[in-house]
Design a protein around this ligand. Sequence first.
Ligand code: CP
Length: 353
Amino acid sequence: MTTTGRRRAERQAPPIAANGAQPIAPRHILDLDDFSRAEIELVLQNTDVMREVLRRDIKKVPTLRGKTVITLFYEASTRTRVSFEQAGKILSADVINVSGGGSSVEKGESLYNTALTLQAMNADIIVVRHPHSGAPHFLSRFLNSTVINAGDGMHAHPTQALLDMFTIKSHFGDIAGLKVVIVGDLLYSRVARSNLWGLTRMGADITLCAPPTLIPADFLGFLGDGAERNGGAVSAHPFSGVRIETNVERALADADVVMALRLQKERQQAGHLPTLREYSRLYGITPRRMALAKPGALVMHPGPMNEGIEIDPEVAHGAQAVIEEQVTNGVAVRMALLYASVSGQLAVGRQDS
Ligand code: CP
């Protein structure tokens, strides 16, 4: 083989894992349940580097030149869509945004056919938000492009959880041992589910707080008191140390981090809540309630917020709130993930520890 031919073959061959055993294939990012602690650490370290790029006067690096990222959003979004677009552009990728409205989806084209069409345009990464849980997983089964879940139904929002963890780590240095209280609509929250996977893997002490009607029934089988049940099967579950509290004052005591979740107003119509005013009175994060947490505890919210319902405006815009910081970190985390995906850092065959 000529030198040129050999170089071309090397370029086309899949990279080999460090142990030489398994070929490395691009890894879809669907949730954090299949992320090891080492992989989360890797993303958070990359995010630190990307934050430095964001602080430069000229925010542009050639890392993803020649790569194409398509954002495919079937559901409204401000933060996630814009931050993926910004992340891709800063890394010099070609970024194409497709939304349900204005595309052939309006003519009845299926998710499957839309995705095949986009893949035929040689997309390297397809970032998907969809109202139905499992839609990104469905796409990942037949697309060659890397699929990144940007939020699917009530299932998962892994990039949000990673930016939340980065924000926490940047304030405390370490996540392990911190008391993180997640308050709100646990039943429908994909943010809470992904944070549960990520934060437990990083060793946080998690308390979930919601009215009983907004606590998923399956959570009750695994969480709450750390008791040995079902012959130890419960205590072996990764969430067995997570506590459930229906009283917000008890939940917030000595918290290091308070994460309020968006109360999805449609839940009232579904009969889960008598009135939004009652929810706000019993569960809203107010200055008085924040005083129960540790001094300087962080206030987080994934956005968009219903100010005056799940969070008091004084808290949302107070000195302890890091809500806009979360948004900025969201750009850096998505840069880190795009880079890790394209470079093979996050790849099948590299799931150690
Ligand atoms: N946190 C979040 O997913 O916000 P958007 O819906 O604006 O993307």
